[in-house]
Design a protein around this ligand. Structure first.
Ligand code: CMC
Length: 428
């Protein structure tokens, strides 16, 4: 397996040899699984130095700002591919042939409708429920509808579940939005492209024809594609951990949606817009930047920094260009929030604090601006991220289930009280 090894010298004990493995790209990993036999665990809170699995789906070099899916750079995929083709690439590891692509697109289109009883689930939520709360519930609830394909050991079942998830996420997301506005749910239209259909279900209504702008549909597709996968991030790791127990794919993706919701992860795109609104005017920026740099203030500039990227996020570069195109198409180049965003970006790229800590604008910084320009309410931003990330989650889940794997079960450094005897109530 490996002829390289690391030797761990322990005071008062024999040294332990640990094998080192090399991937195609990226840092070598030290296999520490033998340590438990020696009564030792490794300690790595936040998993900053831990490779939790082997994977051949996505590679990131955070120092150089590189993101590859199946070896293909994200900027090339964003320019030449589209979301559904990228879904295929994540699942199969190769780009589809012309016939494979046509049949996959047709297959996804034919699964866009959700069971009509789903509408009852929506009606159970308060009108002002956050759409991410609704998504956690309704995506998990899909498992109650598809008993015919929940055998996770069956490759065909896994594939049909993947197609159902990719196909139905836009329908459920648009339903969550329509529910909050009180408008009727729109049925999907299978003659439209994936992103086009999503915009139709979001902004159309049964009373009049809604014509989807091709520029906006293309931008939406690019947003989905740029979010499609990002190796072992918090939500993907959550999906893998849930999946390692043998839970069904709809339950696992629902767990991923919950993990994505937080403002340190997918919730950041919503937080960026809230922050820009709070700053309110270019003249207030210095005050907020000073707060972000103040160690005694918990405020952070949302949309800046990344656990892995210590360089420009390659997705942010594409997103920035798309933002310029969308704003020009909509005649919004002079939007006041955009002026604040541009000034913040400039500061971050010039200020020694941000330079020293390698805090660059991330993908969420620009995606929020585009989504706002398209007319998508901020509460839907993280839902759009979830929709885009679904093929990545499901591909990682499939990769894990297709290979021998153990249930995910981290250990701990226990710091609670040592063993003690129970004290009767009258003795406390
Ligand atoms: N504004 C100000 N200071 C920051 C920021 C920020 N946005 N991000 C990190 N720092 C500082 C932080 O205070 C720390 O300083 P020090 O070393 O003096 O204590 C240093 O930079 C390192 O921060 P960290 O929290 O240890 O880094 P991390 O890798 O654990 O966190 C992060 C990464 C993305 C959670 C963090 O940068 C952050 O909170 N950013 C804002 C939220 C955001 O935009 N999240 C979206 C991430 S991209 C989309 C996705 O993949 O989900």
């Amino acid at each position: 397996m490996s002829d390289k090894k690391a030797t761990l010298a322990l005071e008062g004990k024999d040294a332990i040899d640990l094998p080192i493995y090399s991937g195609t790209l990226g840092p070598d990993v030290i296999d520490v699984s033998a340590l438990t036999g020696q009564g030792l665990f490794t300690y790595d809170p936040g998993f900053v130095s831990t490779a939790a699995c082997k994977s051949n789906i996505t590679f990131i070099d955070g120092g150089k700002g590189v993101l590859l899916h199946g070896g293909y750079p994200i900027d090339q995929l964003a320019e030449h591919s589209d979301f559904l083709e990228t879904c295929w690439l994540l699942w199969y590891g190769e780009l589809p042939t012309k016939d494979e692509k046509a049949s996959f697109v047709a297959n996804v289109s034919n699964h866009t409708m959700v069971h009509d009883q789903m509408t009852m689930f929506f009606r159970g939520f308060r009108r002002d429920a956050h759409p991410m709360a609704i998504m956690c519930g309704v995506v998990g609830a899909l498992s109650a509808f598809y008993h015919d394909s929940l055998d996770i050991k069956n490759e065909k079942h896994r594939r049909i579940s993947a197609i159902r998830l990719i196909a139905k996420m836009p329908t459920l997301a648009a339903m969550a939005y329509k529910y909050s506005t009180g408008q009727p749910f729109m049925y999907p239209r299978n003659d439209l492209g994936y992103a086009e259909n999503f915009l139709h279900m979001m902004f159309g209504n049964p009373c009049e024809n809604y014509k989807v702008s091709p520029v906006l549909a293309k931008a939406m597709d690019k947003i989905f594609l740029l979010h499609a996968d990002h190796e072992q991030n918090a939500s993907t790791s959550t999906v893998r951990l849930a999946g390692s127990t043998g839970a069904n794919p709809f339950a696992c993706i629902s767990a991923g949606i919950a993990a994505l919701w937080g403002p340190s992860h997918g919730g950041a795109n919503e937080a960026v817009l809230d922050m820009l609104g709070e700053i309110g005017d270019v003249s207030n920026i210095d005050e907020y930047v000073a707060r972000a740099k103040d160690k005694n203030d918990s405020f952070r500039l949302m949309g800046f920094g990344h656990r892995v990227y210590k360089n420009f996020d390659p997705r942010a570069k594409v997103m920035k260009q798309t933002a310029d195109e969308v704003l020009a198409e909509l005649g919004l180049e002079n939007d006041p929030l955009l002026a604040i965003a541009k000034r913040l970006e400039q500061i971050a790229l010039e200020d020694p604090y941000f330079i020293e800590k390698k805090l660059y604008p991330n993908v969420d910084f620009y995606s929020g601006i585009i989504l706002k320009a398209i007319g998508i309410p901020t509460s839907m931003f993280t839902v759009i991220f979830a929709l885009g990330r679904t093929p990545g989650w499901i591909a990682h889940w499939h990769e894990m289930i297709s290979h021998p794997h153990k249930i995910g079960r981290p250990r701990q450094l226990y710091t609670g009280p040592a063993k003690r005897d129970y004290l009767a109530l009258d003795k406390r």
